[in-house]
Design a protein around this ligand. Sequence first.
Ligand SMILES: CC(C)(COP(=O)(O)OP(=O)(O)OC[C@H]1O[C@@H](n2cnc3c(N)ncnc32)[C@H](O)[C@@H]1OP(=O)(O)O)[C@@H](O)C(=O)NCCC(=O)NCCS
Length: 161
Amino acid sequence: MSWLSTLWSSGSTPVVEAAQLRDAARLAQLHGASFHRGWGEGEFETMLRERNTLVHRLQLGRKTVGFAVSRMGADEAEILSIAVDAAYRGRGWSRSLLLTHLGHLAGRGVRRIFLEVEENNHPARRLYERTGFSTVGHRESYYRQSGGEQLNALLMRRDLS
Ligand SMILES: CC(C)(COP(=O)(O)OP(=O)(O)OC[C@H]1O[C@@H](n2cnc3c(N)ncnc32)[C@H](O)[C@@H]1OP(=O)(O)O)[C@@H](O)C(=O)NCCC(=O)NCCS
């Protein structure tokens, strides 16, 4: 295979696609590598089957390098989780992932989106601020770490027009 066709087949820029049931294992792997309490493959399978849950994958060639999950109810939604593989962070890819995800939520009639983020999670806070979310609440000692340390959470909101 030539250098050019290798580059083409592996993909040099990611695309955002609807996740499928067969992605559950990889999504669980990505989630487990990004969060203290990882979601299992079965949890992803359940979410991928539910009609009120929207799951997108960030796809680089044949490799899934990120995902976004939200749950919808009436005209509101909550971003439940978003992550990018650590090897691919810092490239601005999460922004296109989240903006595409928000566009699909808007297409489903969602008008208000909420999420919770740990106060010290600066990359995530920056991502949400850059995609139009503002802080609307503060929850003291919301997250408990394995060592017992308690962390504060921010509640953020974005309205879609
Ligand atoms: C949050 C996450 C999805 C961001 O993905 P990413 O592809 O690295 O995001 P980006 O490259 O677009 O960077 C996001 C912003 O954070 C900034 N940033 C990165 N590291 C930072 C740091 N340590 N401190 C402050 N800002 C930082 C970037 O400069 C960028 O801001 P900019 O757009 O103004 O330049 C990724 O870090 C991740 O998967 N984290 C683990 C899971 C997680 O915490 N998810 C969010 C749960 S609420």
